[in-house]
Design a protein around this ligand. Sequence first.
Ligand SMILES: *Cc1c(COP(=O)(O)O)cnc(C)c1O
Length: 409
Amino acid sequence: MHPSTLMMGYGYEPRLSEGALKPPIFLTSTYAFESAADGKRFFEGITGKRPGGSEGLVYGRFNGPNQEILEDRLAQWERAEEALSFSSGMSAIGTALMAHVQPGDVIVHSAPLYAATEKMIDAVFGKFGVKWVDFPAHASPAEIEETIERAKGLGRVSVIYLESPANPTNDLVDIEAVSALRDRMFADAEHRPVIMCDNTFLGPCFQAPTQNGADMSVYSLTKYVGGHSDLVAGAVVGTRDALAPILALRNTLGTITDPNTAWMLLRSLETVQLRMEKAESNARAVATFLKDHPKVERVSWLGFLDPSSSQGEIFKRHCSGAGSTFSVIVKGGEPEAFRLLDNLKTVKLAVSLGGTESLASHPAAMTHLSVPEARRAELGIGDNLVRVSIGVEHEDDLVADFEQALKAV
Ligand SMILES: *Cc1c(COP(=O)(O)O)cnc(C)c1O
């Protein structure tokens, strides 16, 4: 069955909860064992003495029914073996990296990354002697190979970390090429790096990096999956082997999501396909209007990629939809961009993305303010760039809002 069908009931048995059609929220910190032998067996799974995780419910820092149903359903979208839920996108990324990286290792990553991810790799992992080397998201396989070669000279490469599409440029990474390079360049190596890909922007509906050669996808569920701008959560989806050390570390740290948030995400998952498809068709209408507007220089919506360009070719291989987050590059600079933002009415001025409501923000002055100016220029994050996330309102009202706001520019 299709994931959109499975979201209504997969992984939940009403018979076990008094016949409740929907899963109750299990607000308990600990679970009663039927026997001491059960308790011992469950703990063997939790502590990793026996592979495959816990066979039963133990304690709120390790697992819970709401989280387990959520994880079973999240894995379905990428047809992956397993998923793990986290208290935020950043706790998912942090736990996954910490589980796979040792002091002195090298992380190879695409650029730009979500600002907090870049900061974590540089400042937090840097404290433990971890080095990093990056390549631009749109790099050719030859450039990526050159970057990995350079990284190999610096130490043990343990993680290749990707974000595609990149924020806010929407540049796509050739995940299949990265995977082929990893397999070839580390065929005889003692250690094969794992490939992680942040799939927040197009997942779970329009892209499945684990089907293109990534060992795991990481998500901020706060965005499209949660979808209503009312929760913070994250996930890692992928192979059982790649996720095993991450699960063990999550058990130690307690970076698991809470039962209430997991329950809200179950509700969100029932409509994620509907919402993402509607947002995408709205984005097409808005981007089409903006593209030819005399005050707009360029619109970076993925749906406009030339299929014969290298980016368009990656899009065809990796993506089944263009999503609804893109950049509008207005003619002028910060004053023109700010005037557009200050005059939008239906579209709210806020960071974040993927909610039912449309949002607009200014990366250079907000989310990417801490990025040095020279690096911002290198990454194509100019003062005239406005990032928009289109929601599920009526498309005519969104187009009308941009039309009246641009009159003030
Ligand atoms: C928001 C976001 C994150 C971080 O997620 P939180 O849920 O805010 O911790 C990571 N990556 C991308 C691409 C994001 O948009």
